[in-house]
Structure formats: structure tokens, C-alpha cells
Ligand binder design. Structure first.
Ligand code: FAD
Length: 466
């Protein structure tokens, strides 16, 4: 094969140029063809699709600024990669690993096909601090509890230092037969039309590597100090908002680690923030070791849970019309922006799985469709944690009371007032329990859909049957 046969850099959930070890490998081998395959066999939620449109456009823009382009193909992954390899006479295909079961299976199949054709196929560490199999118990088994896992993780030392973006990479000429098959982000139909519900997403987010680093820099400059005390307050802009950028790989967890750690090792706020980034790794490691994390209870005794079927209650929860302000504010924040504060995610998930006694998978599916950071590991991991069926889960009997959670974490009602303008006039005393305000509650705001004490007793009775 000729020396100038190109290497295909296959982008997936790593839509960035810096700290991209597969891209560095590809550019060190000679000319590169940059590929992204949009395959319906890897379904995305509505908010993720919106983000992906911007993310692909931003990466293409960044590659063009260097003289290249992003070749976007639509269709079956295996067929697309194989076809492109033949058309450009590639000598290698390189990528960064993914950890979900379907992705791993497809990658293994493609690797086998390429190897059989004599083409090098090389996978690199994905977007984790350390690879899942590098952090194990002394017996070599996966950790089931976060704290010892986190200790073992830290004992491994810092993650690899981030790599710079390739310097003046060479790009292969894309032949016309390939250009004829390429599509644009617009062709993929990722943006919502009729109705265009993405106004709130556009106002809040900008997909792409540049915007992710601007957000990281601003977080380090303005928010990280104070993170440990402010992060639980949904009315405060105290968290990084980096989750969608991590989900799409505009920034790597190694870059975040090193940038934040450099600002003050041992500081309580920094330690707290890095441990949250650690929860993300733990969720991905759990998905790697328990591939059906998204569909099956990690504690099998929960298979017998008598979940209810109640479409009206589910709809009220989804639409933010339960009559409990902290729940409704969170669900409307999600609908409007594609994101929800972590504390509120916990409270709405507890309400769904306990007060409404609905299956966590129903809630996770709604989150997967509406979150811009919807993640195949973090989403089901956290739902299982809240529902009690996760490995290291909160006990089922720990049921968040939405009124006292609101009073504790949104004491002045600022968050609720932002998202529920119809009850913004209520006093602080009634803002988390409007039904106590008598005639000053507007007609449009619903009465509570469940009685908290009765619903809690029902949930505990169901759990005792396990
Ligand atoms: C029911 C439920 C569902 C969730 N679904 C998702 C999801 O689909 N995608 C997702 O990225 N996060 C999910 N989370 C975790 C968490 O809510 C978000 O990561 C966080 O709110 C993102 O905001 P941030 O970037 O400002 O977080 P920060 O507080 O700034 O934290 C920094 C990073 O740490 C990671 N992180 C923080 N908390 C967690 C956590 N509990 N689990 C895993 N990683 C964490 C995230 O990558 C986050 O960007 C879920 C939590 C719950 C309770």
C-alpha cells in the first residue's frame, strides 16, 4: 500500500480536536480522512439530536479552518466504514473507545472485518479518567460501591495529561465518489420543525469544542470556589454545566481534571468537584461491567416490584403539572432548556419511582428524550441509584419529600418562581406548598396529584413485598 494511503479518523462521542488520542494517532500516520457516521441503529433523544446538529457543524467548521472537513455519512455503521475504507484506499481506521454494549459489539465486528482485509484498526482510550478495567478490587472484580472505587481510582494517580490538538495536520483529498455520498448536518433532520421547541435550548447552549472550553474557563474563574457549598442550590449558577459537552466529547474528563486540579490541589471545593466527575466515570465503568444497566435492575429482587401503570400521572410529571412546585419547576426547566439541576433530578426521580410508584425505566426514557446531556451510562445509573435497584443505591425507604426538599434547597423559592411564574406571587411560606395558600393559588395551577403521606405508605408497602 502506498505511503500516502490515508488513515480514517472515525469520530463518535469525541467531537473535539484537542486531547483526542485517536486523532493524534491518525495525523501522525500521514493524511487523514475525518468521518462521522449517523446510524439509526444508535437512536438519540430529541434534545441530543438538537445538540448533535450543532456539534457536527462546529467540528466541521474547526476542521475546515485547518484545511480539512468532516465527512458525514448516514446509514449502517459497518457498511459505511467499510465502504469508505475501500473508496479512499485507507490503510488504517482509528477511533476512541466507547463503553456501551451496542457500540462495543459494532466496534469489535468492524475491527474484525478490517483486520481480515489487512487494514489496521486501532482503538484508543475513550472519554474516561482511566479505562474501566484499570480500576479493580484486589480480587480483580468490578467495584460495586463508589467510595472504595474512588479511593482505588485516586491511588492510580492523575489521569494522563491532555494532548494538544494536532499541529497542521495533513488531510487527504476526498474523491468525488465519496463526496457524492456525504450529507450535511442539515440533511440528517436533527433539528425540530413544526413545532420548533428548541428556542430555550438555543438561548442556553452552544455546542462545540470552543464553547465547551469557554464554559470550563468561566467555571474555574467564577464558580469552582464555593462549589461544595453552593452546588445543591438550583437557583444558583454554581455548577459547571459541562455535562452535554462531556456527553459529546467537546471536552475530555482528563482536560477538566487537569485544568481544575491545577487551580488548587487539596482544596475542598476542587476535591468535591473532581469526585462528581468521578461519579461520571463510575457510571461508565458500571455500564462497561453491567452492559444491561439501561434495561435491567442491577438488584434482581426489584424485578418483582409492583410498579403501577398510570399514564395520567406520568403525563402530569412529564409536563410539570403535579401540583408540587419543586417537581414542576424541574420538569419545566428540563422541557425548556434540555437540562435540570442535579438535586432536582434526584427529587423528581424519587417522586416518580416512589410517590407515583412508576418504573424507573419510564422516567429514564423521558430523560433520554429531553436531556441535552442524555448519557447511556449516567442516566440509567442515576435512575437505578434513586429507585433503590442500583448496586450502590440509596435505600428504597429514603423517600425525598418534595415540600421539605424545596424548602431546604430553594429556601427563598427563587428557582420555583423562575419556572412557575403563575405562582410566583405566593409568599415564601406557601411557595413550596401552594395548596395551603387558599384562594391566592391561581386556577391554572394543579392541586397535588397524590397525597404525600398516602403515596409514601403505598411505596413502602410495595417495597416490603420484594
Ligand atoms: C435521575 C438522574 C439522571 C441523570 N442523568 C444524567 C445524564 O443523562 N447525563 C449526565 O451527564 N448526568 C446525568 N445525571 C447526573 C447529574 O445530574 C448531571 O451530570 C449534572 O447535573 C450535570 O450538571 P453539571 O455539568 O453542571 O454538573 P457539575 O456539578 O458541574 O459536575 C461536573 C460533571 O460531573 C459529572 N457528574 C456530576 N454528578 C454526576 C452524577 N450524579 N452522575 C454522573 N456524573 C455526574 C457530570 O459529567 C458533570 O458534568 C443524572 C442524575 C440523576 C439524579
Amino acid at each position: 500500500m502506498s505511503d500516502c494511503a490515508p488513515t480514517i479518523m472515525w469520530f463518535r462521542d469525541d467531537l473535539r480536536l484537542a486531547d483526542n488520542s485517536a486523532l493524534c494517532d491518525a495525523t501522525s500516520r500521514g493524511p487523514v480522512v475525518c468521518l462521522y457516521v449517523h446510524d439509526p441503529a444508535f437512536p438519540l433523544g430529541g434534545a441530543e439530536k438538537w445538540w448533535l446538529h450543532g456539534a457536527l457543524s462546529a467540528l466541521d467548521h474547526d476542521l475546515r479552518a485547518q484545511g480539512g472537513q468532516l465527512c458525514i455519512m448516514a446509514g449502517d455503521t459497518h457498511e459505511s466504514v467499510s465502504w469508505l475504507v475501500g473508496q479512499v484506499s485507507a490503510r488504517a481506521v482509528v477511533w476512541n473507545r466507547r463503553y456501551g454494549p451496542h457500540g462495543r459489539q459494532v466496534d469489535a465486528e468492524i475491527k474484525a472485518t478490517l483486520k481480515a482485509r489487512g487494514i489496521d484498526a486501532c482503538s484508543h482510550p475513550g472519554n474516561m479518567l482511566h479505562e474501566p478495567w484499570q480500576v479493580r478490587t484486589r480480587q480483580g472484580t468490578p467495584f460495586r460501591v463508589f467510595t472504595p472505587w474512588w479511593r482505588a481510582m485516586q491511588a492510580k494517580g492523575p489521569p494522563l495529561p491532555p494532548l494538544p490538538a494536532p499541529d497542521r495536520p495533513a488531510f487527504a483529498v476526498v474523491p468525488s465518489v465519496v463526496r457524492d455520498r456525504l450529507v450535511t448536518p442539515g440533511d440528517l433532520g436533527l433539528l425540530p420543525v413544526r413545532p420548533d421547541w428548541a428556542q430555550g435550548l438555543r438561548a442556553q447552549w452552544q455546542p462545540g469544542e470552543g464553547a465547551a472550553h469557554a464554559r470550563l474557563d468561566a467555571f474555574i474563574a467564577e464558580q469552582v470556589h464555593g462549589y461544595s457549598t453552593q452546588r445543591e442550590l438550583p437557583a444558583q449558577p454554581a455548577t459547571s454545566g459541562l455535562s452535554p459537552s462531556l456527553r459529546f466529547g467537546h471536552v475530555s474528563s482528563r482536560q477538566i481534571w487537569h485544568a481544575v486540579d491545577a487551580t488548587g490541589q487539596g482544596d475542598q471545593d476542587i476535591a468535591c468537584f473532581l469526585s462528581e466527575v468521578g461519579w461520571r466515570d463510575f457510571a461508565h465503568a458500571t455500564l462497561f461491567d453491567f452492559p444491561d444497566l439501561g434495561t435491567r435492575n442491577l438488584r434482581p429482587e426489584y424485578d418483582a416490584m409492583p410498579w403501577r401503570h398510570d399514564p395520567a400521572a406520568l403525563r402530569a410529571w412529564q409536563m410539570g403539572k403535579t401540583g408540587y412546585p419543586i417537581i414542576d419547576a424541574g420538569m419545566r426547566e428540563l422541557w425548556h432548556t434540555g437540562w435540570m439541576h442535579n438535586r432536582v433530578r434526584m427529587v423528581v426521580a424519587s417522586f416518580l419511582t416512589k410517590h407515583l410508584l412508576l418504573d424507573w425505566r419510564v422516567g429514564a426514557a423521558w430523560f433520554a428524550d429531553t436531556l441535552v446531556d442524555a448519557d447511556a451510562a449516567s442516566n440509567p445509573f442515576n435512575w437505578q441509584w434513586i429507585a433503590g435497584c442500583g448496586l450502590d443505591a440509596a435505600p428504597y425507604f429514603r423517600i425525598f419529600n418534595p415540600v421539605s426538599q424545596g424548602e431546604k434547597f430553594d429556601p427563598a423559592g427563587e428557582y420555583v418562581r423562575q419556572w412557575l411564574p403563575e405562582i410566583a406571587h405566593l409568599s415564601d411560606k406557601h411557595i413550596h406548598a401552594p395548596w395551603k395558600a387558599g384562594s391566592s393559588v391561581p386556577r391554572g395551577y394543579p392541586a397535588p396529584i397524590v397525597d404525600l403521606a398516602g403515596a409514601r405508605a403505598r411505596a413502602l408497602a410495595a417495597w416490603k413485598t420484594l
